[in-house]
Design a protein around this ligand. Structure first.
Ligand SMILES: N[C@@H](CCC(=O)N[C@@H](CS)C(=O)NCC(=O)O)C(=O)O
Length: 247
């Protein structure tokens, strides 16, 4: 039976899992769930936590993009996600952890905060998703779920303003990892797949795309993850535009 990957539209770690499964050439069926409603649903499907990506493969249930990268590596060692050399592997694992713990929450908070401010882009995130209802209807009724997701992710003005202030440094870190060859090689590794989906989601924002696109981080995100449905029109007030945007 093919693997099943539970995702939500616009979920960047879900895209990380999709890209890793495709990299490994593992056949899978994608199950799209509606954000916020997915939290109880993944529990109903037998997973222990409430997050996506959630992968059912060979009767195993694995949650979390970093646990998924390791499980895929064990199940299918071809096209490795981690270098064989111990020192290089440690660098990739560190970068993957940073991508998961530090970078990943930033585009998540920004997305829910921005959609709460202007929900006109919500339909674009649903493109291609099979939610069991027409995407026009899903988009029109998304208001309470956007509000709930913003609240669940603590995506308030203070958190988002801090994220915007930190964004330039985070993009510098991605560029540094590329410069040092930890990510950005000819064949992507687990840290590439972890980090580029966050950068790619940030590039869905009209407010941010132009400053990310010319950077090594932007080029790498477009190379590894060219297709990421979603478009967030300009939402930032001039006073909220981070220093990185002003330069
Ligand atoms: N960092 C973890 C967690 C992913 C995560 O937080 N996913 C969000 C969607 S992008 C989610 O399912 N949130 C629901 C929750 O926090 O309960 C990973 O990379 O898998």
């Amino acid at each position: 039976m093919p693997a099943k990957l539970y995702v939500t539209p616009g979920s960047h770690p879900s895209m990380t899992a999709r890209l890793m499964l495709e990299h490994k050439g593992i056949e899978y069926r994608r199950i799209d769930l509606i954000a916020a409603l997915h939290k109880p649903l993944v529990r109903v499907f037998g997973f222990s936590r409430t997050t996506v990506p959630a992968l059912k493969i060979d009767d195993r249930r694995i949650q979390g993009s970093r646990d998924i990268s390791r499980a895929l590596e064990d199940l299918s060692p071809g096209r490795p996600l981690f270098p064989a050399d111990a020192q290089r592997r440690a660098a990739v694992e560190d970068a993957e952890r940073w991508g998961d713990e530090v970078l990943q929450p930033v585009p998540r908070r920004l997305s829910w905060w921005a959609l709460k401010r202007n929900s006109s882009g919500v339909r674009s995130f649903l493109e291609g998703a099979k939610l069991g209802l027409p995407i026009g209807l899903a988009a029109r009724t998304a208001g309470p779920l956007i509000w709930a997701s913003a609240r669940l992710n603590k995506a308030d003005d203070a958190a988002v303003h801090a994220d915007l202030a930190a964004l330039g440094g985070m993009l510098d870190e991605v560029d540094r990892l590329i410069g040092e060859g930890v990510i950005g090689g000819d064949v992507p590794n687990a840290a590439d797949f972890q980090i580029v989906t966050s950068v790619r989601l940030l590039m869905c924002f009209d407010d941010l795309r132009a400053i990310i696109e010319p950077r090594p981080a932007g080029a790498l995100a477009m190379r590894i993850c060219p297709d990421f449905p979603g478009h967030v029109p300009t939402v930032l007030e001039p006073s909220e535009r981070p220093a990185v945007l002003a330069s």
